[in-house]
Design a protein around this ligand. Sequence first.
Ligand SMILES: C[S@@+](CC[C@H](N)C(=O)[O-])C[C@H]1O[C@@H](n2cnc3c(N)ncnc32)[C@H](O)[C@@H]1O
Length: 227
Amino acid sequence: MDDCCSASGAAPRRTGVGDERYDAVFDERFARRVARHYARRGLAAPERRIVAYLVDEVGVEGARVLEIGGGVGELQLALLERGAASTVNLELSAAYEKTAHRLLAEAGVAGRVTRTVGVDIAEHPNAVGPADIVVLHRVVCCYPDAERLLSAAADLATSALVFSHPPRSVMSRAAAGWVNLVMRLLGRGYRGFVHSPDAMVGVVSAHGLHASYRHQDRVWCIVGARR
Ligand SMILES: C[S@@+](CC[C@H](N)C(=O)[O-])C[C@H]1O[C@@H](n2cnc3c(N)ncnc32)[C@H](O)[C@@H]1O
C-alpha cells in the first residue's frame, strides 16, 4: 500500500483502499448489477451517447483514456474496442475490482488497463499523468466539490473531457434530498449532489476547454469539451 500526504495537507492518499462513504453504497452487488446489465443489453443510452461523441467528434484511435469513477469499466471496454490504446480507471470504491477484472479478462484487454483504488484526484491532482481523453460518467453528482473535481479532471485532459450530470430540476433535487435523508437515517456518509450545470461548464471553460457538446436529458445530461 502506498501512503503519502499531499503538500496541501489534504487527507493522506491510501492507494488500494476504498473510501467507506463509497464502498458502502457502490458495493459488490452494485458492481455485479451493472456488469449483468452490460452483459445482457450492452451500454445504456447515456453511455452510448458518450462513446458516440468521443468516437465521432473527438476520435479515440490510439487515445489514452482516464476515467474517474469508472466503476466496472464498461465505458472503457467500449473505447478500447473502438481503438483507444489504453485506459486508467480511478475509483474511490474498492468493490468493483473483482467484477472489473473478470470483464477485462473476458474481453482480453487486461494488459491495456490500469485500475487504481483510493486516489481522489480532486485532492491529489498530480497523482496520475495526463490523458488524451478524461471521462466522468455519473460521478460529479456523487462528489461534494464539483469545482475541485472538474478542475483536476480538466487539467489532465490534453484533448477532451466528457462528463455526465443530472439535470438541475425540482425532481432531481427532490430525489437527491430523499437519498440523502435515507443515507443519514442509515448512518452512512455518502451524499448525492445536484450541482449547477452552468457552473460546471464554467469550471471546465476556466481550465481551457470549450464545451462544444451539451446533451440535455431528464436523467443524464452530457457535456463534451475540447481543448
Ligand atoms: C454512480 S457511481 C458510477 C460508476 C460508473 N461510472 C457507472 O456509471 O456505473 C459513482 C462512482 O463515482 C466514484 N467517485 C466519486 N467521486 C470520485 C472521485 N473523486 N474519484 C474517483 N471516483 C469517484 C464512486 O466511488 C462511485 O463508484
